[in-house]
Design a protein around this ligand. Structure first.
Ligand code: HEM
Length: 394
């Protein structure tokens, strides 16, 4: 069978893959990476942890880059931070943050409303404030984190390794600036989530202690966990806000369903809008042995990219990918992945996104803006700039 050649880098992911997927559910870049575009194939790869390893980077990535028992141990140790009880306790804080930010954006705005970029003015600022409050980080980090998001985005777009490495190093320095004082304070460290993470025991034997069943985290592991909870996800939440606001500006009846519905109804609509335009585009794997996928022979040690944005729009499982059907499409939704690496942060992301939409729609109507939006390009999706007009409710 011949192999379709397709390189998604630098392309607007949704349009490019809609076209490419029609040709074949699996393609290959000129550099040899397999690009999984079909839904069935994405599920097959993401749920086959034996043959498709997540150990794709030479850097420590906890838990993203781990496999097997080691991965399971770190997930068991860190998943409880996203429990329903913890999310319930966090909700009032996230609501206050959203309400305060909206009050800032709508201060002195007249009946004609105000045009904002949903990604930078609302999404990014809200994401940074919500995540820092959740982690117990000082509010003074806000400008540094916002600047870091901009630089990180530009570095990944540039594809320059040195630039990406510099930005990653800068983020680690921010995390270390939060971890180090807590280490120094010991028992007097503030009682917050970051301190709790530092005290996690992972159910793996301590090589220094014969017969032990659990051990403390190393500083490298703590930094990696916190990096994975913040680094990429600040950007994802900001992009999701852009996607959601653009969608409701175009469909006022949807805004009403979000405004008046229950939390669960709103969450289902949010998930479905993100399925249609998934800004968290892809994740990598590497094969551990020869595999056959979509009729193609893939050798051992080959690179594979699971393209969630494309899989979520595969006409073979969602006949009209742009039709909004929260209940009908929920079972096929791959926005948060599938398999053992499925996103542990989903409850937090859902809380933040639903609360942001509810608080926004309670105080303002969202209308399309006269300014045209700008689509993102891979490695991320959604909107780079999502202009909308916010009109305060009287
Ligand atoms: C709307 C926002 C988000 C989206 C669309 C998203 C999506 C995803 C997806 C598709 C994966 C699967 C990765 C894979 O299979 O290799 C994933 C994994 C992960 N996500 Fe999220 N995520 C979001 C927000 C968050 C948040 C808020 C956090 C934490 C605060 C988080 C933490 C993680 C971590 C640690 C993993 C790795 C899990 C593992 O490898 O076992 N995510 N996410």
């Amino acid at each position: 069978m011949s192999t379709a050649i397709f390189d998604p880098s630098g392309l607007e992911p949704r349009t490019a893959t809609d076209e490419q997927r029609a040709e074949a559910p699996l393609a290959r870049t000129p550099q040899g990476t397999w690009v999984v575009l079909g839904h069935e194939e994405a599920v097959a790869v993401a749920t086959d942890h034996e043959r498709f390893s997540s150990s794709v980077s030479r850097f420590l990535q906890v838990p993203n880059g781990l496999d097997g028992q080691e991965h399971a141990a770190f997930r068991a140790a860190t998943d409880p931070f996203f429990s329903a009880e913890r999310m319930q306790a966090l909700e009032p804080t996230v609501r206050t943050i959203a309400a305060k930010l909206l009050a800032e954006l709508l201060a002195d705005v007249g009946a004609a409303g105000t045009e904002i970029d949903a990604v930078s003015a609302l999404g990014a600022v809200f994401a940074v404030r919500a995540q820092t409050a959740w982690l117990g980080w000082p509010a003074r980090l806000e400008p540094e984190l916002l600047q870091w998001m901009v630089d990180n985005h530009q570095a990944s777009r540039s594809g320059e390794l040195a630039r990406t490495a510099e930005v990653a190093e800068r983020f680690d320095a921010i995390i270390r600036s939060v971890v180090a004082p807590r280490r120094a304070l010991g028992a007097d460290a503030p009682a917050d989530l970051t301190t709790e993470v530092m005290q996690v025991q992972v159910p793996l034997p301590d090589p220094e202690v014969p017969g032990s069943r659990e051990r403390a985290l190393s500083d490298e592991e703590i930094v990696s966990i916190l990096r994975n909870w913040t680094g990429g996800d600040l950007g994802s939440i900001a992009l999701c806000v852009g996607v959601l606001l653009t969608a409701v500006a175009r469909a006022p009846e949807l805004a009403e369903r979000l405004r008046l519905g229950s939390f669960a109804e709103a969450a289902a609509i949010v998930d479905e809008l993100l399925r249609i335009d998934d800004p968290f585009v892809s994740n990598r794997r590497v094969t551990t042995c020869p595999v056959t996928l979509a009729g193609q022979e893939i050798g051992a040690g080959e690179r594979v990219l699971i393209h969630w944005t494309s899989a979520n729009r595969d006409e073979r499982v969602v006949p009209d990918p742009d039709e909004i059907d929260p209940a009908g499409n929920a079972a096929q939704n791959l926005v948060y992945g599938i398999g053992t690496h499925v996103c542990p942060g989903r409850p937090l992301a859902t809380l933040e996104l639903v609360v942001a939409m509810q608080e926004l729609l309670a105080v303002a109507e969202v209308h399309p803006a006269p300014t045209a939006g700008e689509r993102e390009v891979a490695p991320v999706g959604g909107w780079a700039h999502a202009p909308v007009v916010l009109v305060p409710r009287r």
